[in-house]
Ligand binder design. Structure first.
Ligand code: PAF
Length: 275
């Protein structure tokens, strides 16, 4: 595995790769969720590039940019064992210049739910993903459904900018109790981890209700709210939207995402289920 830290070195290293390139962009603190993307990218392509970059422009003022877990040594080992050809770990200076040219998230999909609670987050996220897709020369790039809105926006960006790269959505990975894996779970104490299970429990309740024939969004949201209220400190939103992030009044089976964002202690968690 080659470790490269500059854009130039990545371009050079990539020239030696013949055949398809699978790419997994990450912010590090790798867990089984990342590994599932990495394994799939490894299987489906001749070569694998992974990036680790804690992207400052997608963090808002007062968010956890400084405390975001950084585990370069352990992450490098994981990437090596997973068969990565090139690991890209640039500095901020490598990725950004002063007076940047910016990409903006679209008005509707980009400024509701996560985009409303974290205004500007998706602009920074799209900005860095565009740079990383271009630099990696990826044939296919792999993203988790856990960040559902991110995934939909990246798919739109690839479409709108005619990027020669397939965006591959990958299923959410959960621990044995159902908690969706996230690097931010590292912030949770054991008791908070138990309380955080309310997110996946509320989503399971939603899917059970749908299976029992309840399609009314208001009724499902009310039921989810009661599950969450008993355990979390603050529910930021519960939303039921179609795959294009339009609000629904009735669940459309095969075209619905149920999303939740909630605070447990000082940690903000998100989760969702695709129905
Ligand atoms: O999902 C993430 O880890 C980040 O948003 C991404 C896609 C690596 C961009 O910084």
């Amino acid at each position: 595995m080659k470790i490269v830290r500059t854009a130039e070195a990545l371009r050079e290293a990539r020239k030696e790769l013949k055949g398809s390139i699978g790419f997994v962009p990450t912010m590090g603190a790798l867990h089984e969720g990342h590994l599932s993307l990495i394994r799939r990218a490894r299987e489906e392509n001749a070569h694998l590039i992974v990036s680790i970059f804690v992207n400052p422009t997608q963090f808002l003022e007062g968010e956890d940019l400084e405390s975001y877990p950084r585990r370069e040594e352990a992450d490098s080992k994981i990437c090596q064992l997973a068969g990565t050809d090139i690991l890209f770990m640039p500095s901020v200076d490598q990725m950004y210049e002063a007076d940047e040219l910016c990409i903006g998230a679209p008005a509707r999909r980009g400024y509701i739910l996560e985009g409303e609670k974290r205004p500007g987050h998706f602009d920074g996220m799209l900005q860095i993903v565009m740079k990383l897709l271009n630099l990696s020369g990826a044939t296919r790039a792999y993203f988790g459904k856990k960040d559902a809105q991110q995934l939909v926006l990246i798919t739109q960006m690839a479409r709108s900018y005619f990027l020669p790269c397939d965006i591959v959505p990958c299923d959410i990975v959960r621990d044995e109790k159902g908690l969706a894996l996230s690097s931010r779970n590292a912030y949770l104490t054991d008791t908070e981890k138990e309380r955080a299970l309310a997110l996946s429990r509320s989503l399971k309740r939603a899917s059970k209700k749908v299976m029992a024939g309840e399609l009314n969004v208001e009724a499902i949201v009310a039921e989810m709210a009661s599950v969450l209220e008993a355990a979390v400190d603050h529910t930021e939103y519960i939303a039921i939207v179609d795959r294009d992030f339009r609000k629904l009044e009735r669940v459309e089976i095969g075209n619905t995402i149920v999303l939740v964002a909630a605070w447990v202690g000082k940690t903000r968690l998100i989760d969702n289920i695709w129905i």
